[in-house]
Design a protein around this ligand. Structure first.
Ligand code: NI
Length: 155
């Protein structure tokens, strides 16, 4: 596995609407492995392919209950709203409040091309929505309220 460079806000790849993954192969599985390792090393809870320079629809998430790999994810159900603090590995040190759906169901393909469903709430639901936004070329700073640097927040 390898640690990948995480693209930062301002890089045009983060503004792209990502292409669906058409062919799930060994190279994609290696990329998912590298993304998971990169996310872990950076102490993140989610990472989307465009954040490592690949504008395709794949994300990894670990919100504390194990690794999820979502290929071509689509939200199929959503309900409730909740506002909470978010950050992003592509916007280091910045935090802000973002309103998200409280519960979501998402369908996706796993690394073997098998159709899967996941129902989520809490941090996992928030991570899914944040990462799926990346696939649309959106960053949390586009919608966050009270955007601030970590230092200001910790006082
Ligand atoms: Ni992010």
């Amino acid at each position: 596995m390898a640690i990948l460079e995480i693209k930062k806000a301002g890089d045009p790849v983060l503004k792209k609407v990502c292409e669906p993954v058409g062919h799930i192969d060994k190279a994609l599985r290696k990329m998912l492995d590298d993304m998971a390792e990169t996310m872990k090393k950076a102490d993140g809870v989610g990472l989307a392919a465009p954040q490592v320079g690949k504008p395709i629809r794949a994300v990894v998430i670990d919100a504390g209950e194990g690794l999820h790999e979502l290929i071509n994810p689509e939200i199929t159900f959503k309900e409730g709203t909740v506002k909470d603090t978010e950050g992003c590995l592509s916007v280091p040190e910045y935090y802000g409040e973002v309103q998200r759906f409280a519960r979501v169901k998402v369908k996706f393909l796993n690394r073997w091309g098998k159709k899967q469903h996941l129902t989520a709430e809490g941090l996992l639901a928030r991570c899914i929505q944040h990462e799926l936004d990346h696939l649309e070329g959106k960053l949390f700073i586009d919608v966050a309220e009270n955007l601030r640097l970590r230092e200001e927040n910790s006082k």
